[in-house]
Design a protein around this ligand. Structure first.
Ligand code: ADQ
Length: 481
C-alpha cells in the first residue's frame, strides 16, 4: 500500500498530534502512522521571501514526516487573510453580506496553491495517495496535475458547500468548481453539501451526476461522497471522568454555589451564532424569573483571525452584548454570563462539559461542529447534561437525542433551554444513550478510513494519460476489449 500524503493549510506539530484524546490532528496522524507518509502545509509563520523559498522544513516522527513552510507577508495577506478568510469562509457560511472580493487576493490564492503544490512534488513518490483538506486548497490538485502528477488525489471540505445561488456571488465561481473537479474524490460533511455541489455541476457546469456519486464536468470524471467527521467518544468519556476532580473543576463548582451551568465553547467566529445565543439566554432570564440568579452561562471563545475586520466587529459586538445583559441581570454575587476569550486545554474543556447541565451549541452554519459531539461524549452517563443544538450544524443530522433549535429564533432557543434545565433524569439518560450510540457508530476512525478506502479504490489514470474523462473512458474500453 502506498504512503499517505496529507495536505492542509496548517500542519499540527508532532507534540500536538499526541496531546489530545480526539482532535482531528490525532485522527489524521493515526492514518499517517499506519502507512507512513508526509503531512505538508503552512507552519503558521510569516517569513521573509528567502526563508519561504528555502523550505520545506522537515521533522520526522517514526515513519511520518512533518513538512512545513512559512508564508511571505504578501502571500499571507492575499491567500490566507484575503481570499480564504474574507471571501470563501463567509460565502460558504452563507454570509455574503460579510464577504469581499478582490482580484489580487484571488490571484494570490491561486499563486500560493501552485507554489505549495510545486514544493510538495519534490517529496512525492509515484504510488502515494494525496489527501487535501479544506477551502484554502481548492486549486491544489489542479496545480499538481499541471505539473504532471497522476497520483490519486482526494479533497475533504470541512465547512458547508453553499447552494449555487450563494456560490454565484464569488466572481470566479466557475473556475473554483472546475479546480475542484481535478480531484478524484471530494468528501463533504453532509448530504446537503454534496447535493449543493451536484446542483452546481448540473445547472451551471453542464455536468452529469449519477446516483452513486460519480460525476462528470469540465471534461473530468470524479466521485463525491458524504463522510461525517466524528470524535473518539470513549476516549473523551474516559478523559472527562479522569479530570473531573481537578482543581479547575472544583473552583468552578464552588463559584457556582449550586447554580445550574450552561456551557458553550467556540472559536470566536460570526458563523457560530454567539450574539443570537446571548440574546436567547437573555430571553430565558427575561421570561423565567425563577432562573435569575440560578443559572450561569459560561461562554469560552478564543479570538481567531483577529486581523480580519469582520472578526474585530463580532468581538466588539459580543463584548457589548455580554456587558449589556450582565448589567441588566447581575447581582452583587451573581454574573449571568461569564465570557472568556481564552484557549483552554482539551482535557480541561471536556471536564467542564461534564460538570454542566446544558451544552448550548447554536451556530448559524457549521460544517459539522465537533464541540457538539465532544459535549455528548464528555457527559456522565449516570447524570448527563442535555445538548441544545442548532439545526444548521452538520451534527444535527446525527444527534437525535439533542434538542434541535433554529438559531434565529431566540424564543425557541429560550424554550429549549427551559426544557433542558428541567428535564427529568430518565429522559436525559435516554437521549444521551441515543447520541452515544450514534457517536460510536460513526467515530473519527470511520470517517478517516472510509474516505481513504474510497480514495484508494478510484481507478488510476493510465500512464501518459491526461486524466480527462474521455481518456479514462477510453482506458476502460481498452481494458475491457
Ligand atoms: P471549527 O470551526 O474550528 O472547525 P469545531 O468543529 O466546533 O469548529 O471545533 C473544532 C475543535 O476546536 C474542537 O475539537 C473543539 O474542542 C476545539 N475548540 C473549539 N473552541 C475551543 C477553545 N475555546 N479552546 C480549546 N479548543 C477549542 C471546522 C469546521 C467545523 C468542523 C471542523 C472539523 O468549521 O464545522 O466540524 O472543522 O471538520
Amino acid at each position: 500500500m502506498g504512503r499517505l500524503i496529507v495536505v492542509s493549510n496548517r500542519v499540527a506539530t508532532p507534540t500536538e498530534t499526541k496531546g489530545s484524546a480526539g482532535g482531528l490532528a490525532v485522527g489524521v496522524f493515526g492514518a499517517l502512522k499506519d502507512t507512513g507518509g508526509v503531512w505538508f502545509g503552512w507552519s503558521g509563520d510569516v517569513v521573509s521571501e528567502t526563508v519561504a523559498n528555502a523550505g520545506p522544513t522537515l521533522e520526522t516522527d517514526g515513519t511520518v514526516t512533518f513538512a512545513t513552510t512559512g508564508l511571505t507577508r504578501k502571500d499571507y495577506d492575499q491567500y490566507y487573510r484575503g481570499f480564504s478568510n474574507a471571501t470563501l469562509w463567509p460565502v460558504f457560511h452563507y454570509r455574503n453580506d460579510l464577504a469581499r472580493y478582490e482580484r489580487e487576493e484571488y490571484a494570490g490564492y491561486r499563486r500560493v496553491n501552485a507554489w505549495l503544490a510545486h514544493k510538495l512534488i519534490k517529496l512525492l513518490e509515484p504510488d502515494d495517495i494525496i489527501w487535501v483538506h479544506d477551502y484554502h486548497l481548492i486549486p491544489f490538485a489542479e496545480a499538481l496535475r499541471a505539473e504532471g502528477i497522476r497520483n490519486r488525489i482526494g479533497f475533504f471540505l470541512h465547512i458547508p458547500f453553499p447552494s449555487p445561488q450563494i456560490l454565484l456571488n464569488i466572481p470566479p465561481h466557475e473556475e473554483l468548481v472546475k479546480s475542484l473537479c481535478c480531484y478524484d474524490l471530494i468528501g463533504f460533511q453532509t448530504e446537503n453539501d454534496e447535493l449543493a455541489f451536484h446542483d452546481y455541476l448540473r445547472r451551471h457546469a453542464r455536468g452529469t451526476v449519477s446516483g452513486d456519486g460519480h460525476a462528470e464536468a469540465f471534461g473530468r470524471e470524479l466521485r463525491t461522497g458524504v463522510y461525517r467527521i466524528g470524535v473518539f467518544p470513549d476516549d473523551i468519556a474516559e478523559q472527562s471522568k479522569r479530570y473531573e476532580s481537578r482543581q479547575h473543576v472544583l473552583d468552578l463548582k464552588q463559584s457556582l454555589e449550586g447554580r445550574k451551568l450552561i456551557m458553550s465553547v467556540d472559536r470566536l467566529d460570526y458563523s457560530k451564532g454567539l450574539v443570537e445565543r446571548f440574546r436567547a439566554f437573555e430571553a430565558l432570564l427575561e421570561r423565567s424569573p425563577e432562573w435569575r440568579g440560578n443559572v450561569t452561562l459560561v461562554q469560552i471563545a478564543p479570538p481567531t483571525r483577529s486581523d480580519v475586520t469582520t472578526y474585530q466587529d463580532i468581538r466588539q459586538q459580543l463584548e457589548y452584548e455580554a456587558g449589556r445583559i450582565n448589567g441588566k441581570y447581575s447581582g452583587l454575587d451573581y454574573t449571568p454570563i461569564r465570557y472568556l476569550n481564552q484557549q483552554y486545554d482539551r482535557w480541561k474543556l471536556m471536564s467542564l462539559f461534564r460538570e454542566s447541565q446544558v451544552g448550548f451549541v447554536t451556530p448559524l452554519h457549521d460544517g459539522m461542529n465537533l464541540v457538539a459531539k465532544e459535549y455528548v461524549a464528555a457527559q456522565n452517563p449516570d447524570d448527563p447534561g442535555v445538548l441544545v443544538l442548532s439545526m444548521f450544524a452538520g451534527a444535527a443530522a446525527e444527534l437525535e437525542g439533542a434538542l434541535i433549535v433554529n438559531p434565529h429564533d431566540s424564543i425557541g432557543m429560550c424554550e429549549a433551554l427551559q426544557r433542558a434545565l428541567a428535564m427529568p433524569l430518565d429522559e436525559r439518560k435516554r437521549r444521551h444513550e441515543i447520541d452515544m450510540q450514534a457517536l460510536r457508530k460513526n467515530d473519527l476512525g470511520v470517517w478517516r478510513d472510509s474516505f481513504l478506502r474510497d480514495l484508494r479504490s478510484v481507478p488510476l489514470a493510465a500512464p501518459g494519460s491526461d486524466g480527462s474523462a474521455e481518456k479514462k473512458k477510453q482506458d476502460r474500453r481498452d481494458a475491457a476489449s
